[in-house]
Design a protein around this ligand. Structure first.
Ligand code: FEO
Length: 172
């Protein structure tokens, strides 16, 4: 059985992950409106990844005999000042999610729920990767500055990102 405090906290995290998916889809739409189709592709794939994170929590709650209660998803921002601004927002958001995951780990320890603690370790590791990816892109953008050719080249690179399963399978 799932302890009531953990059930509530895991449901809250489902909402956080759906919001992440929504935020990155909103960024994808904004990039698309600026004809930055590579960045739009990267963000759309990021949005799908976040949906899968929500689904992982959703499935886990049921596996532990808990109940999923979906709550409204807040409206994300729709405009950013620049590409740099969007990725600063991305890194800030990932840091917020890391804190959410750490708080969940703390709660699982306090409630002596070791199974949930073990489940959460996947997310602890994932957050290291999420923050590193956003930081790398942000560093590239800071180096590029206002150079539009640099943005153009980075946009092309961002367009090469493939969905996770295809990347693992090495498909085109
Ligand atoms: Fe699901 Fe980007 O954290």
């Amino acid at each position: 059985m799932l302890n009531a405090n953990l059930e509530k906290a895991l449901n809250k995290q489902i909402n956080e992950e759906f919001y992440s998916s929504y935020l990155y889809l909103s960024m994808s739409a904004w990039f698309e409106s600026k004809s930055l189709l590579g960045f739009a592709n990267w963000m759309k794939l990021q949005s799908k990844e976040e949906y899968l994170h929500a689904e992982k929590f959703y499935n886990y709650v049921f596996t532990k005999g808990g109940q999923v209660t979906l709550a409204p998803i807040a409206q994300p921002k729709t405009e950013w000042k620049s590409v740099l601004d969007a990725f600063e927002n991305t890194l800030d958001h990932e840091r917020h999610i890391t804190k959410c995951i750490n708080d969940l780990v703390d709660l699982s320890l306090a409630e002596k729920d070791h199974a949930t603690g073990a489940f959460l370790q996947w997310f602890v590791n994932e957050q290291v990767e999420e923050e590193a990816n956003a930081t790398k892109i942000l560093d590239d953008l800071k180096m590029i500055g206002d150079n539009s050719y640099g943005i153009f080249m980075l946009d092309r690179e961002m367009g090469t990102r493939k969905p996770e399963t295809e990347a693992v399978a090495g498909k085109e």
